[in-house]
Design a protein around this ligand. Structure first.
Ligand code: 3PG
Ligand code: MG
Length: 392
């Protein structure tokens, strides 16, 4: 990918503006998961080591522009980042018209989405951001699918614009899995709805050797194969789309396997005890909440045989421990496999954490929507802007 990289620049004495994605869960003024903050540390440390003055932009949540709201303040992020960097991170509320800063210092600008014009990618606002720096570093992979002033807009207007270390790692890992995969390439796409991932599934079918669907998505495919799904979460209006995808897979010489057996219950409750049924034997008053043991063996074999694995979305209701078996088994099979594995998306990361396999996954993306859009084959606007800057 032709983009300027942070490592290619000399930053001594420069004002470096870094866009990070610090959109992390915050509860009662505390950061609940600092994964995205930790992932940003190498870029910030790299710039500091070179003698730069570091100004950071990020959003948090979706506040109303023009209004400060304490619940969306980056104050908890500033203190967590300070702990990780072992230095003081100054939170600046009034930053748009200039930031006073010396080399070696770090300033975090208050939530960029408080500023009018951010969401609609206002060029005047992007220009003001560009004027804050000598070098702009796009490191917010998780927000690279948004064309906003602090992402796409400022990249086009900054004196110099490059990709940060995290951004580069994300793009390299995604390229390696989607564009130059070692085969067979296996994708595992779970989650509740086909409708939210239809284009992801369509695009994946053209690239992968095998596609495994899970969760509510699998239920729609089970219905598409003509089986009873009872009270399961599924989308009746997407059954024809699922049938089309199954046909398309067969035409390409591939397959979208449906679970051979499933774990069912009479209600959606953590107290329910799973009953294992053959996929053809689900009753009208039951709901499918997980895959069964035969299916686990089959999927584990596919995982073991893969050269590359792309994983997004759980295979069952893993937040109920009785129905976490399938998702856990898949996570552990991926952990055991020698394939290059990449995982992304909020629920997937929760599952990886819960089952303690983070160290065995080759790359864990910080992106949710951005990760999905990349595997959907879409061009991320911030990446396109970086590519344009490289040639111009
Ligand atoms: C995310 O968490 O998905 C990113 O930070 C983007 O946030 P957004 O969906 O509110 O634009
Ligand atoms: Mg999102």
């Amino acid at each position: 990918m032709n983009i300027l990289r942070l490592e290619d620049l000399s930053l001594a004495g420069k004002r470096v503006l870094i866009r990070e994605d610090f959109n992390v869960p915050v509860k009662a003024g505390k950061v609940m998961s600092d994964a995205r903050i930790r992932a940003a540390v190498p870029t910030i440390q790299f710039a500091l080591k070179q003698g730069a003055a570091v100004i950071i932009l990020s959003h948090l949540g979706r506040p109303v522009e023009g209004n400060f709201a304490a619940e969306f303040s980056l104050a908890p992020v500033a203190s967590r980042l300070g702990e990780l960097l072992q230095l003081t991170v100054r939170l600046e509320t009034d930053w748009l018209d200039g930031v006073e800063i010396k080399p070696g210092e770090v300033v975090l600008c208050e939530n960029v989405r408080f500023t009018p014009g951010e969401n609609k990618n206002d060029a005047v606002l992007a220009g003001k951001m560009a004027a804050l720096c000598d070098v702009f570093v796009m490191d917010a992979f998780g927000t690279a699918h948004r064309a906003q002033a602090s992402t796409e807009g400022v990249i086009r207007l900054a004196p110099v614009a490059c990709a940060g270390l995290l951004m580069t790692r994300e793009l390299d890992a995604l390229q390696k899995s989607m564009l130059q995969p070692s085969r067979p390439l296996l994708a595992i796409v779970g989650g509740s709805k086909v409708s939210t991932k239809l284009t992801v599934l369509e695009n994946l079918l053209n690239q992968v050797d095998e596609l495994i669907v899970g969760g509510g998505i699998a239920n729609t495919f089970i219905a598409a194969a003509g089986f009873e799904v009872g009270k399961s979460l599924f989308e009746a209006d997407l059954v024809p789309a699922a049938q089309r995808l199954i046909r398309q897979a067969h035409e390409n010489g591939g397959n979208i396997p449906i679970p051979k057996d499933v774990a069912v219950a009479k209600s959606f409750s953590a107290e329910e005890v799973p009953v294992i049924r053959h996929v053809g034997e689900v009753r009208k008053d039951e709901m499918i909440l997980d895959i069964g043991p035969m299916t686990i063996i089959e999927y584990s074999h596919a995982i073991a045989a893969a050269g590359t694995i792309v994983w997004n979305g759980p295979l069952g209701v893993f937040e109920f421990s009785n129905f976490a078996t399938g998702t856990r088994a898949v996570a552990e099979a991926i952990a055991r496999s020698k394939a290059f594995s990449i995982a992304g998306g909020g629920e997937t990361l929760e599952a990886i954490d819960q089952f303690g396999v983070s160290d065995e996954i080759s790359y864990i993306s910080t992106g949710g929507g951005a990760f999905l859009e990349f595997i959907e084959g879409k061009t991320l606007p911030a990446v396109a802007a970086l590519q344009d800057r490289f040639v111009s």
